[in-house]
Design a protein around this ligand. Structure first.
Ligand code: NAP
Ligand code: G3P
Length: 484
């Protein structure tokens, strides 16, 4: 099924329906996050090749945009079927490439199958409207606006390492069903998994040139891509640092961005503490904390803090640590730079007097699950996104202090509130400066048809299947002026 995408371990790039090597023969070697062994190499496309990709994408979009939505949706249904037949194989690549544990890798691919099917179906229900002129003072029924939705053109999709399949597909599928062509720039570490996904769409019958890939380091070709004249929309998921950089560079190109987070779990004194602890641990530590929506700080009322802390400690100690091939919770981080960064946050918290409950143990890129109590607001861990398995507990005196600390963050992705009092839950939810508040659940993106957005430094625009289709299409109004 995937024999065309590589020459041995040298992975090619999808260009106009064919898998090609870069003419300049420049490649990037990818290493395993577990033991640094070589997994394979990907193409480092040149600027001239990026030009060719964007020109072919522009040309191919014209016919694709005119293809009936029902036909576009049929191809997506086929892609979902093909992906479903290859769940195990793609999940294995992810284990190797980004050290995702087997259960999470399988669940990512299965979720993507559902995502593509739902998108195909939702795409068929995106409709326009007719607006009569007489709704506005001074106009009559002889003026009618026919509003349809049309594609934007070429969508540049840039995805991050932590969900290379799901966060590529969640850009590609809505963009395609809306009639756009797509240029996928996958993360360098994670590119192989994303190239497998591109081949799934290719095999499903996406016409030549409608989906192309550009591999190469973001630091080298990224700026060229995001400022290219043939790009009509940028759909980016990744770090706040890179997102802000792209937003400045890309000038007037419209964009949607899903960036970093520092999601707080607020625990009140009447909370079901067992439920809160279970959700916080799975929210904070799954895929070793490398999720934008991971619980990244706990704000707990003093009165119940001791009890919650002991439940959390007990659960964190039970997390299984090891190799992604095995049934484990915590695996090595994506690279040594990421592990060094997390270690820096741990060291700073210890230096400033936080109470270490579990962890602070490291083997290469593997950071053992780490839990701190008595974290204070002068510590880096109170504000910075670790993207690793370390969780700070901050004790608070009252609800107002929780809201204040939660909102002081530069980020605004999600928050959780654990309480049995619906009035308190809604009071806090309304005051929090985030895209989504979860009541009595961990912070998380799914289900994927819900709106998903970040405010402040956590992003701009709204994802979610229907929202994403709408974001990657626009109204086109044709006004009829009746003469009789
Ligand atoms: P990243 O370093 O920002 O990279 C994201 C993507 O941007 C990669 O494909 C990267 O390519 C590319 N890139 C880098 N520099 C670029 C440039 N100048 N122009 C264009 N593209 C460029 O993020 P990451 O480390 O992969 O992912 C982790 C971060 O993503 C975390 O902060 C996390 O919170 C955030 N995230 C947010 C969400 C959300 O929905 N809010 C979801 C997942 C992750 P290379 O790989 O080649 O550098
Ligand atoms: O970090 C990626 C983001 O999409 C999270 O998804 O389902 O892990 O909350 P989820």
């Amino acid at each position: 099924m995937f024999e065309n995408i590589s020459n041995g371990k040298n992975y090619k790039s999808l260009f106009n329906g064919e898998w090609i090597e870069s003419k300049n023969k420049n490649t990037i070697e990818l290493k395993s996050p577990v033991d640094e062994s070589i997994i394979g190499s990907i193409q480092a496309l040149s600027k001239e090749e990026v030009d060719e990709v964007l020109e072919i994408s522009r040309e191919a979009q014209i016919k694709w945009g005119e293809t009936p939505i029902s036909e576009r949706a049929e191809i997506l249904y086929k892609a979902a079927d093909i992906l479903e037949e290859n769940v195990e194989e793609i999940a294995k690549i992810m284990q190797l490439e980004i050290a995702k544990d087997s259960k999470s890798a399988i669940s990512e691919v299965k979720r993507t199958v559902d995502f593509i099917r739902f998108t195909a179906s939702e795409g068929k229900h995106i409709e326009g409207e007719t607006i009569g002129g007489d709704n506005f003072p001074g106009f009559n029924k002889s003026k009618l606006s026919f509003v349809t939705r049309v594609p934007l053109g070429v969508v540049l999709s840039i995805s991050p390492f932590n969900y290379p399949v799901n966060l590529s597909a969640s850009k590609i599928a809505p963009a395609l069903v809306a009639g756009n062509s797509v240029v996928l720039k996958p993360p360098t570490q994670g590119a192989i998994s994303a190239l497998y996904l591109a081949e799934v769409f290719n095999k499903a019958g996406i016409p030549k040139g409608v989906l192309n890939t550009v591999t190469g380091r973001g630091s080298e070709i990224g700026d060229y891509l995001v400022t290219h004249k043939n790009v009509n929309f940028i759909n980016f998921t990744g770090s706040t640092e890179v997102g802000k950089h792209i937003a400045k560079e890309a000038n007037m190109i419209p964009m949607m961005m899903e960036l970093g987070g520092k999601d707080a779990a607020i625990v009140l004194e009447d909370a079901d503490l067992e439920l809160a602890a279970k959700n916080i641990v799975s929210g904070a530590y799954s895929y070793s904390g490398q999720r934008c929506t991971a619980v990244k700080r706990v704000l707990v009322l003093d009165t119940v803090a001791d009890k919650l802390v002991s439940l959390l400690e007990e659960k964190v100690k039970k997390l299984k640590v090891g190799n992604p091939k095995d049934e484990v919770d915590i695996t090595p981080l994506i690279d040594s730079k990421a592990a060094d960064f997390v270690q820096g946050l741990i060291d700073d918290a210890i230096d400033k007097g936080a109470k270490l409950l579990v962890g602070n143990k490291r083997e290469g890129n593997l950071i053992y699950p780490t839990l701190f109590d008595n974290v204070t607001t002068d510590m880096r861990l109170a504000w910075e996104e670790p993207f690793g398995p370390v969780l700070p507990i901050i004790r608070i005196k009252n609800i107002e202090e929780a809201i204040d600390i939660a909102n002081k963050s530069e980020y605004g992705l999600q928050s959780s509130v654990f309480t049995q009092n619906i009035d308190d839950a809604f009071y806090i939810a309304k005051k929090l400066e985030v895209g989504t508040v979860q009541i009595n659940n961990k912070t998380e993106r799914g289900p994927d048809h819900f709106p998903f957005l970040g405010v402040k430094s956590s992003g701009m625009g709204t994802q979610g299947i229907r929202y994403s289709i709408e974001a990657m299409s626009r109204p086109k109004a044709i006004v009829l002026n009746l003469l009789k």
